[in-house]
Design a protein around this ligand. Structure first.
Ligand SMILES: *Cc1c(COP(=O)(O)O)cnc(C)c1O
Length: 412
C-alpha cells in the first residue's frame, strides 16, 4: 500500500464491529467493568482495556495507531498540544542535570519551553546549524537528547536527518525531531534514522485548524542504555518500546497531558487527506515564492523548495517529490511596511497558526517571538521586517492577485 492508500485503508481500529469508517467519539471520562478483579487486571496492565481517559481512550488510541502507521513507527502517544508533546518527549528521558542539544532555529513556544526547563535543572545547548559535525562537537557526557525541527519554523532551514541521527546515535543519544512543518507526507524521519518524531498535529495533520493536539511517535529502534537512562529501567521488559511504555504509564498520565477524544476524532478525519493537501499546499507555496521574488519591494523570499535555496539539495534527497513544505517568509524592509502589507491582504488572514486550509500571515517578531531575546530571534531567523506566510488551499491566481495588490498599496 502506498502512502495515500494507507491513510484510508491502513490498520483498522479493531474495536468496532459496525463497519464505521471512522472511530466513534468515546466522549467519556471512565470505563466501567464487570468485576473488581477485571479492573485490577487492567490497572496492572495484565489485561487490555480502558479505565480512565487521562490514561487512554479508544478514540485517542485510534488516532495514535493511525499516526504510528503514517510515520512508519512502532507506537504513538497523543498529547493535548504540540508543546505538550515536545515537553513530554524530552522529559521522558532528560532529568535534572541532563542536557538537550538542540537546533536554535525553533518554533518560539519551544524556545520558551526550553527556558522554563532551566528551573528544573535541564539545560539546552543551542546549535546555530544542526549538522552531523556540530552534533558530534557539542556532545557532552550530560547530553541525553538531540532535538531539531526538520524544516525550522520560521527560518526554514532543513536538517540532514540521516547524518544527524547517525552522529547522535554514535554517542548513545537519540535524535528527536519535530516534523510539524514537514509531515509524513513529505518525509518519514524514522526511515531516515531518527528515533522519535513529535508533531504539533494542530497544524497539517488536523488540517482544518479546528483542534489543538500533539503526538509522539516512537520508532522503536533505539537501544536504550538503562544506566544512562535509569528512568526507563523499570520498563526494561518492554524492550525497544521502553520509551513509549514510560510515556504512557508514567509521564503523560501523571502530567495529565491527554488528548480529548473529540480532538482525536477531528485529527483522524484530517489525517486521511494529508497527502493530497500537502501536494497542493506545497505547489501553491512554490508558485507564490517564485511570484513574490519578482517584486523589488520585497527581499529575501525564503522557501526551501526554490531551485536556488541552499536547502534545495536536502529537500530533493529527503522529501517526497522534492516538496519544500507550505511555509515561506519574505522581508518587507521595515516593521511598518510589513504591518502595512499584512493589513492590505484580503484573503490571507492575520493569525498565529500554520497548516490551516486558509493562507495565514504573521509578523513573528512582535508575536510568537515577543518573549525571545534578540540573540534567540536572530538565530531563529526572525527579523523585524519578516512576514511568515503559511500557504493555504486557495486558487493560486487569487493568492497572487491578493499579494500583488497588497504590495502595490502598502506604505512605502
Ligand atoms: C505550533 C508548533 C508547535 C506547538 O504546537 P501547539 O499544538 O501549538 O502546542 C511546536 N512545534 C512547531 C514546529 C510548531 O509549528
Amino acid at each position: 500500500m502506498r502512502f495515500n492508500t494507507s491513510l484510508l485503508h491502513g490498520r483498522k481500529s479493531g474495536f468496532d464491529s459496525t463497519g464505521a469508517t471512522l472511530p466513534p467519539v468515546y466522549q467519556v471520562s471512565a470505563f466501567a467493568h464487570e468485576s473488581a478483579e477485571e479492573l485490577e487486571r487492567i490497572f496492572g496492565s495484565r489485561a487490555p482495556g480502558f479505565t480512565y481517559t487521562r490514561a487512554s481512550n479508544p478514540t485517542t488510541a485510534a488516532f495514535e495507531r493511525r499516526m504510528a502507521q503514517a510515520e512508519g513507527g512502532a507506537a504513538a502517544v497523543s498529547c493535548s498540544s504540540g508543546l505538550a508533546a515536545v515537553a513530554m518527549a524530552l522529559l521522558n528521558i532528560v532529568q535534572s542535570g541532563g542536557e538537550i542539544l538542540s537546533g536554535s532555529s525553533l518554533f518560539g513556544g519551544t524556545l520558551d519551553l526550553f527556558e522554563d526547563l532551566k528551573a528544573f535543572g535541564i539545560r539546552t545547548r543551542f546549535l546555530p546549524k544542526v549538522t552531523p559535525a556540530a552534533v558530534e562537537e557539542n556532545m557532552t557526557p550530560a547530553t541525553r537528547a538531540v532535538f531539531a525541527e526538520i524544516i525550522g519554523n520560521p527560518r526554514l532551514d532543513v536538517i540532514d536527518v540521516r547524518g544527524v541521527a547517525a552522529a547522535a546515535e554514535k554517542h548513545g543519544v537519540p535524535l528527536i525531531v519535530d516534523s510539524t512543518t514537514a509531515t509524513p507526507a513529505l518525509i518519514r524521519p524514522l526511515e531516515h534514522g531518527a528515533h522519535v518524531v513529535v508533531h504539533s498535529s494542530s497544524k497539517y495533520i488536523n488540517g482544518s485548524g479546528d483542534a489543538i493536539s500533539g503526538v509522539i511517535v516512537d520508532g522503536g529502534t533505539f537501544r536504550w542504555d538503562f544506566e544512562k537512562y535509569p528512568m526507563l529501567a523499570r520498563y526494561r521488559s518492554f524492550g525497544s518500546l521502553a520509551y513509549t511504555a514510560r510515556l504512557r504509564q508514567d509521564l503523560c498520565r501523571n502530567f495529565g497531558t491527554c488528548l480529548s477524544p473529540q480532538n482525536a476524532y477531528l485529527n483522524c478525519i484530517g489525517l486521511e487527506t494529508l497527502g493530497v493537501r500537502m501536494e497542493r499546499l506545497c505547489a501553491n507555496a512554490l508558485a507564490l515564492a517564485e511570484y513574490l521574488r519578482t517584486f523589488p519591494a520585497l527581499s529575501d523570499v525564503n522557501y526551501p523548495g526554490l531551485p536556488d535555496s541552499p536547502y534545495r539539495a536536502l529537500t530533493e534527497s529527503q522529501m517526497k517529490s522534492g516538496m519544500g513544505g507550505a511555509i515561506l517568509t519574505v522581508r518587507a524592509g521595515s516593521k511598518r511596511r510589513a504591518f502595512s502589507l499584512m493589513d492590505h491582504l484580503k484573503y490571507a488572514l492575520i493569525a498565529t497558526n500554520i497548516g490551516d486550509v486558509r493562507t495565514l500571515v504573521i509578523h513573528p517578531a512582535s508575536t510568537i517571538y515577543a518573549l525571545s531575546d534578540p540573540r534567540q530571534r536572530q538565530s531563529a531567523g526572525v527579523y523585524d521586517d519578516l512576514i511568515r506566510i503559511s500557504v493555504g488551499l486557495e486558487d493560486i491566481e487569487d493568492l497572487k492577485e491578493d499579494f500583488a495588490q497588497a504590495i502595490r498599496n502598502m506604505e512605502q
